[in-house]
Design a protein around this ligand. Structure first.
Ligand code: SUG
Length: 453
């Protein structure tokens, strides 16, 4: 704590994505090893949503500020119609299922659950106008995720509506040169949350120039996209560092930086293969930070890239406690891997750094699609006044948790196979559920079907 009451009332709020009713395994994400491996399996949307809610609840109970963001309208019938499928909703779905099953799967994806990819956010202490800045990610790398930003923008604008505190920018042009995957490739490092921070933007390739790029799997973030966001948010050279992700890591399945590094406050926990130029990246951060950087480096000899990808150790949440210590929230898969579990004990918990506790969460339904604890949350650093200015009922408490669990139990199926996606009944169930959800959350009309009505 800095002792300054204005700075001390600033908190990180984790907004987790509620898993949508069409959660399924479609093998849609090239370069995401878990998604590629599990495509075609039956999913359990109800269990997925309840696992996500259980994570939110346990972190709320432990004293962390927890928010929730709604899922999106899926199947995206508008997208199917734009691709030439016509007729009634049932006809559109049946024909897409018959003629283009891959497209149907894509428009049914519940991928908006991974809210780390929803947007990039600059907290108010870092922005020249003293407001919180938001840019939805264009997610243009894949068709199923390219469908997200418009609704994401509407949801964020509905919740962070007060213009005295919040500014919303348009997503970047959805073209390969400005490929943007949001906060999954962005980390804010600072002393206390209320002090000015330094923003680490990690990119996979350069659109205009650049020497190295991955050979096997796509790089989803460009330097040019990261630079554009820094410009939108007013982050000058003193506040922004741009570092290239190691192309060999991308080729090993590290499709976002948050699969190989996580930062919180002054701590940067990372694998030695995270950055193409590790020393230069740390130097650039040190040169800008006002508090000493605390790097926690995990060497390949402790954890291989393959184990990092299969267990998602680096996709953990690193949370600050009032006494200055930090808690690492890891997925269950870390406990099942001997090398990873040993490294957590010997290198992280026993090391000279603020990480003093590890807690394990079961988010297997999401993990099978390549989404760990950190993918499921969007971090928004907010002062007390900014938290007061939020619209809707989106900060989790016991009553909201109970309402959301009951809502999931009322509307979600417990088994979904790729063949079920053409079922018009599923589309109807989803619209009914989402309509009810927007009322439950008090966020107004945000979905295409509500705006068309
Ligand atoms: O974009 N998986 C997501 C996982 C996103 C994880 N997010 C972060 N690392 N921040 C993706 O690759 C798979 C969907 C499917 O195959 O059904 C998917 O989209």
């Amino acid at each position: 704590m800095s002792g300054d009451p204005v700075k001390d009332d600033v908190l990180e709020v984790n907004f987790d994505g509620l898993v949508g009713p069409t959660h399924n395994y479609a093998g849609l994400a090239h370069g995401n090893v878990a998604s590629m491996r599990h495509g075609g399996l039956a999913s359990n949307p109800r269990e997925a949503a309840l696992q996500g809610l259980a994570k939110m609840k346990s972190l709320m109970d432990a004293g962390y500020a927890q928010g929730v963001l709604p899922p999106q309208q899926r199947p995206d019938l508008g997208a199917l119609r734009s691709l030439g499928f016509s007729g009634s909703n049932a006809e559109v779905l049946a024909r897409a299922g018959r003629e283009a099953p891959q497209i149907l799967r894509a428009v049914c994806s519940a991928s908006s659950m991974w809210t780390a990819n929803a947007a990039t956010i600059t907290p108010s202490p870092d922005a020249p106008d003293g407001r919180v800045h938001f840019t939805p990610a264009n997610l243009q790398s894949s068709f199923h995720r390219y469908l997200e930003p418009e609704t994401t923008g509407r949801v964020l604008a509905a919740i962070f509506r007060d213009e005295r505190h919040f500014v919303h920018h348009a997503q970047l042009p959805a073209t390969p040169a400005f490929s943007d995957e949001g906060a999954a490739n962005h980390t804010r490092l600072c002393g206390e949350y209320g002090e000015a921070g330094v923003h680490l933007f990690v990119y996979g390739r350069q659109a205009f120039g650049g020497e190295r790029a991955p050979l096997r799997y796509p790089a989803r973030q460009t330097l040019e996209a990261s630079q554009a966001i820094a410009r939108q948010h007013g982050l000058g050279d003193a506040r922004a560092v741009f570092a290239q992700q190691h192309p060999d890591a991308i080729d090993a399945g590290v499709f976002h930086n948050d699969v190989i590094a996580v930062g919180n406050g002054p701590v940067l926990l990372y694998h030695e293969m995270a950055f193409l130029d590790e020393e230069k990246t740390l130097e650039a951060l040190r040169a800008r930070m006002t508090s000493p950087l605390i790097p926690v480096r995990v060497p390949s000899e402790a954890i291989s890239l393959e184990d990092a990808v299969s267990t998602y150790l680096f996709n953990s949440q690193l949370l600050s406690n009032p006494d200055g210590s930090m808690t690492l929230v890891v997925p269950g898969e870390c406990q099942e891997n001997e090398a990873v579990w040993r490294t957590i004990q010997d290198l992280l918990l026993a090391g000279y750094n603020p990480i003093s506790e590890v807690t394990v969460k079961d988010v297997k339904q999401s993990m099978r699609n390549g989404g760990g604890p950190a993918c499921l949350r969007l971090r928004v650093v907010l002062s007390a006044a900014e938290r007061q200015a939020l619209s809707g009922r989106v900060l989790l408490n016991d009553a909201l948790y109970a309402d959301l669990v009951a809502w999931v139990e009322r509307h979600y199926r417990d088994n979904l196979t790729p063949d079920d996606l053409a079922d018009p009944q599923l589309a109807d169930e989803t619209l009914t559920a989402l309509d009810e959800l927007t009322r439950l959350l008090g966020i107004g009309n945000v979905y295409p079907f509500q705006l068309e009505a």
